[in-house]
Design a protein around this ligand. Sequence first.
Ligand code: FES
Length: 276
Amino acid sequence: MSTTTDRYVRVATLTEVQTTGSLVVAIEGYTLGLFSQGDKIYAVDNRCPHMGFPLHRGTVKDCILTCDWHHARFDLASGGTFDAWADDVRSFPVLIRQAEVWVDLTPQTEPQAHLHQGLRRVASSNLLRGVFDAAMSIYLDRYLNIPPARLPDPADTVENPDLLLKELPDLLDRQQQVNAAGKLVARYLYSGGKPERLLAMLGKLLLREDRDFHTIQEVEAAFRQYSLLRETPAGVPVLIAVARYLAAHAPTMRSQGQIYEMATRLHRGDRVFEDT
Ligand code: FES
């Protein structure tokens, strides 16, 4: 028996997995999702890397596993995700021996450790910044639909910044106002506008759109970032980025408010769907 084979651990019988199509197994501190596809068995970490839903409750078609919660999709063989907002799930090598399923549970080197080593070896931090900048540009432009733009000029100020703030909702009633929204926020802050009022307005603009979990998460992350940076010049671009992000996704149908209103009425016992 080879050394590689020695690392494999028996986790189930072939029949157990094939009968149900998927099986969850807890072994040696791992919780594995086992999936039967054709004559093959696949094993992945059963915890969805997105928000932890048990993956054995997902659906599988053509070796693509779809999580039942937010529908992130994973290639069963490699664990690679098809969705930019989810991470890859760990997949485990599988062997079938005498009608039994064996899985290689050898611990992986943590990706953070690879990254840390890479950073320590890098010859030039400027080169690293360049690579990071390029990667972020592609991510923002391609996945978040936010085109790159120069930061607005700090000298571009107005007497009454509160008037500017009042213009922001109208701006986000129209499509393709990413740069205009960023510019408005910059002028507001450079003109001495109160960040608290801007944060409140940005929150309001988020809530009036149809938003999903990820939109809320992005804005919340920026607010947190701003709470750390607020007294420094680096805080301004964070709020410019929030405004640009919201503008890139506005306006939506704004129908979620109706849904919540309907839910409230149903909760109160109103006969919403009955003929009068
Ligand atoms: S928890 Fe699986 S997709 Fe969100």
